[in-house]
Design a protein around this ligand. Structure first.
Ligand SMILES: [Mg+2]
Length: 362
């Protein structure tokens, strides 16, 4: 399965409506960088990564200029070897960052090829644990008032969600408490409600916030502070009294080891599109298994659906892809809180190429 061609494309896609979180402010666009691999026998594999508005051109250049020579001419079935070559080639300027995004797109394309060659969907190829994946609505809703939070929650319940996450991190803690209270009263008890601060707080403020949120039975508190402050995270977990989730801003297996062992993060949250692809995502899942932890996901739910279905220690799947499903012909469906991966070989994502082409950066 020798790779004969690698094409890379960069799209800037408008969001359906402006979205707001505590670190990135108001977002109106996101970027997708897509890699297409073709083998000598004519088989194609697709992988992609995304950004929330910047960095995409550099990722495309990293793939096209620096990583392409490693891929073209290589045997696509030697995924671990290709991964290691990419990692070592870019080590001096990499060890995470944009390099991890570029490697992710390529690694996902390699696994897509492998699934197609073996005639298996990724979730079976990677382990095939359970096709039923619990899903939650990942709201990007910091701008919404308590009344608007209730309307959004009702819409999510109608769509079939049985778990919901909301953003926190407003200037006034009391406003976050009221928004959380509105959601909890709307869904009732024993319904998983997660919160996500997108790194907004200092450690001291995060502890105070956690104590204020605790009466509302929060399932997890995501990214209360910067991911680099591992001992600070541990203090928030211990003194705040809510289990923590983190990982969308961690791009190496070593960072995950620290966030679990030092940071006491209970729900590791690797993102396959920025941790170095499926190869490294599965390493994080096994690391979590060894620590008796369940893994969640971040974004690109059409891909993570396969990964969580593959493993025995899956927590909830975040359903939120910045509206990428508008450019996919077969987006996954939700029924009574459960999503199931497709059985087509590979990841099975079928893009609407015409619609995407309207937004390609030349
Ligand atoms: Mg998050």
């Amino acid at each position: 399965m020798i790779i004969k061609r690698l094409d890379t494309r960069h799209y800037i896609l408008p969001l359906s409506h402006p979205m707001t979180d505590a670190t990135h402010g108001v977002m109106t666009h996101f970027e997708v960088i897509l890699a297409e691999l073709e083998t000598e026998c004519g088989r194609t594999g697709y992988g992609y990564t995304y950004t929330i508005g910047s960095g995409g051109a550099a990722i495309k250049a990293l793939i096209a200029r620096d990583l392409q020579p490693i891929l073209v001419g290589a045997d696509a079935s030697r995924i671990e070897q290709i991964w290691e070559r990419m990692w070592r080639c870019m080590h001096y300027v990499g060890r995470g960052g944009l390099v991890a995004f570029a490697m992710s797109a390529l690694d996902i394309a390699l696994w897509d090829l492998k699934g197609k060659r073996e005639g298996l969907p990724l979730w079976k190829l990677l382990g095939g644990y359970s096709k039923r994946v619990r899903a939650y609505a990942g709201g990007i809703d910091l701008q919404l008032s308590p009344g608007e939070m209730i309307e959004q929650t009702r819409r999510n319940l109608q769509k079939g969600f049985r778990a919901i996450k909301i953003k926190v991190g407003r200037d006034r803690l009391s406003e976050d408490v009221e928004r959380l209270r509105a959601v909890r009263e709307c869904v009732g008890p024993d319904f998983p409600v997660m919160i996500d601060a997108n790194m907004r707080y200092t450690v001291e403020r995060a502890i105070r916030a956690a104590q204020a949120f605790k009466p509302f039975d929060v399932f997890w508190f995501e990214e209360p502070t910067i991911p680099d402050d591992y001992s600070g995270m541990a203090r928030i977990a211990r003194e705040g009294g809510i289990p923590l989730a983190a990982g969308e801003n961690l791009h190496t297996i070593f960072e995950f080891r620290h966030t679990i062992e030092v940071g006491q993060v209970a729900f590791p949250e690797p993102d396959v599109s920025n941790i170095g692809g499926i190869t490294n995502w599965m390493r994080v899942a096994k690391l979590a298994y060894a620590h008796n932890l369940q893994v969640t996901s971040h974004g690109v739910h059409e891909l993570h659906l396969h990964l969580l279905a593959a493993i025995p220690n899956a927590s909830y799947l975040e359903v939120h892809s910045f509206g990428l499903e508008r450019y996919i012909k077969n987006p996954p469906c939700l029924k009574d809180g459960i999503m199931t991966p497709p059985d087509a070989p590979g990841h099975g994502v079928r893009f609407d190429w015409e619609r995407l082409a309207e937004h390609e950066v030349s």
